[in-house]
Each structure stands twice: as structure tokens, then as C-alpha cells.
Design a protein around this ligand. Structure first.
Ligand SMILES: [Fe+2]
Length: 258
């Protein structure tokens, strides 16, 4: 992992992706609004490999709009492992919309990062009426909710973020927010939350390689914002290690208790 960036270089040239663990991506083809074909997936993976990405969680949307379930995504991921050859390591998690279908998905069992931490999102424009109840219930069931791209919710005010943080909800930053790709407000919120060290993780949320690549080529970060970003990327790597340890433990348990 690099120890510093170059302020006059964009994030891509500065090597920010080198050695990166990405916690948010939509590469699994044909299951949501992300990558649609195996060919497109192969090209995106080859590019990510060329810029130094080492590990990626695949986090397809699970929401009313698409008919994904934990088991259908696991089947698709099994196919991924036979069709995508890359030195990048991949693991499956998911991005759960807190909508009317969420209770059903919970009953089936959630796709988490490490058996505990789970990526969730809401509509960008309005929260579900029972947002805090749903998050609280997740926590009491032993889950650690991570709010995906926390800066993108137009309805959230500073006090909302404070309240969620006080309740123990973790936040994930989209790198493209720092490039202004989603507009002025998400950019300003991302900078503020980064300065407040409110985030736990950073991800690409890549849906198309071209959009992500263009965005990173326009992303220049001041030195004071580079340090907190590097800490998030280290957290990503730790999350991966925790996840691998959990998987290894499960494999060992199933051998010992067939
Ligand atoms: Fe996403």
C-alpha cells in the first residue's frame, strides 16, 4: 500500500487504487443496473486489475425492483468464479434497499461482508418511515449496518447524520462523490463527512467502467483529505481480512462438524 498521494495528480495517477480493497461494486452481470454482460464484466475487471485493485466485494442491489435473493446471487457468483479469471480476489455481499421487500430478504438470511456487517441504502429522496426502527432491529439481531454512499441522501441533514452515528451506524463513502459526479450537494457532504472522519469505508460503487474511470481522472484531493481517505482504505483491507477469517472458520467448522 502506498503511504502518500501526489496532490497535483488525479486520484488514478496518484495510485489510490493500487492495492485497493473495494467494498462496493456492481460487477456481477445482469442482476441489477450495473454491468450487464460477461464481456463487459471481463473488460472492467481487466481495467481494475491494470490500475492495481486487489480485492473486491461484489454488492448487487437487493430491492423490490429486481428479483435478487441471497440464493440467486450466490448461484450467479458461483458462475462468476468459473467465468472470470483474474488475480483480483472477489467475495459476494449485497447492497440492501430498506424497502417493503427487506423483511423478506432478512428472513432468507442477509449477504454480509463478514457475517455481521451489512451494506444498506434508502431512496435518495425520502427515508422509509421506519428507518431508525429497521436499523435498530438489525443491530439487536447482531448486525452492524453500513449506510452505503451516506453523502448521496438528499433528505439527510447534518443532525440526521449525527443521530445515525450516535446510534452506531457506519457510513461508506463513494469515491466518485469526491469528484462531483453526483452533483454539488453530495460532493459538499462527502467533503464534510470526510473532514469529520465520519466514514468507516470507501468504495467505488462502480456500475460502468467508463463512468468510474472518467470520474477518477477528474478527482484531485487536497492533502488534508488524502489522509482520512487512506485510513478508510485501510479499514476496507481490515474488513476483507475479517471476512476471510470468518470464511476460513466456517470451512473449518463444516469439516469438523459435517
Ligand atoms: Fe451501489
Amino acid at each position: 500500500m502506498f503511504s502518500f498521494l501526489f496532490p497535483k495528480k488525479n486520484l488514478l495517477e496518484g495510485g489510490v487504487l493500487f492495492g485497493m480493497t473495494d467494498v462496493h461494486s456492481h460487477l456481477l452481470p445482469g442482476v441489477d443496473d450495473g454491468i450487464q454482460s460477461w464481456d463487459e464484466a471481463r473488460k472492467a475487471v481487466a481495467w481494475l486489475e491494470s490500475v492495481g485493485v486487489k480485492r473486491m466485494f461484489l454488492t448487487p442491489h437487493v430491492m423490490e425492483e429486481w428479483e435478487n435473493t441471497a440464493s440467486s446471487l450466490q448461484a450467479r457468483f458461483a458462475e462468476w468464479k468459473t467465468r472470470i479469471a483474474s488475480p483480483i480476489e472477489f467475495q459476494l455481499a449485497a447492497e440492501y434497499m430498506l424497502d417493503a421487500a427487506f423483511a423478506r430478504h432478512r428472513q432468507e438470511g442477509l449477504l454480509t461482508f463478514d457475517g455481521q456487517q451489512v451494506l444498506v441504502e434508502t431512496s435518495y429522496f425520502a427515508p422509509p418511515m421506519d428507518l431508525e426502527d429497521v436499523l435498530y432491529e438489525l443491530q439487536t439481531d447482531g448486525y452492524q449496518p453500513i449506510l452505503a454512499h451516506a453523502e448521496r441522501y438528499m433528505y439527510m441533514e447534518e443532525t440526521d447524520y449525527e443521530r445515525l452515528r450516535d446510534c452506531g451506524i457506519r457510513f461508506q463513502l463513494n469515491l466518485m462523490s469526491l469528484a462531483g459526479t453526483y452533483g454539488r450537494l453530495p460532493y459538499k457532504k462527502a467533503i464534510r463527512l470526510l473532514e469529520e472522519e465520519a466514514y468507516s469505508y470507501a468504495g467505488s460503487d462502480i456500475h460502468r467502467q467508463s463512468t468510474y474511470e472518467t470520474s477518477l481522472r477528474h478527482l484531485y484531493l487536497k492533502k488534508k483529505h488524502q489522509e482520512p481517505l487512506l485510513r478508510l482504505l485501510e479499514n476496507n483491507a481490515q474488513l476483507w481480512r475479517g471476512s476471510r477469517a470468518k470464511l476460513t472458520g466456517i470451512a473449518r467448522d463444516s469439516r469438523e462438524n459435517p
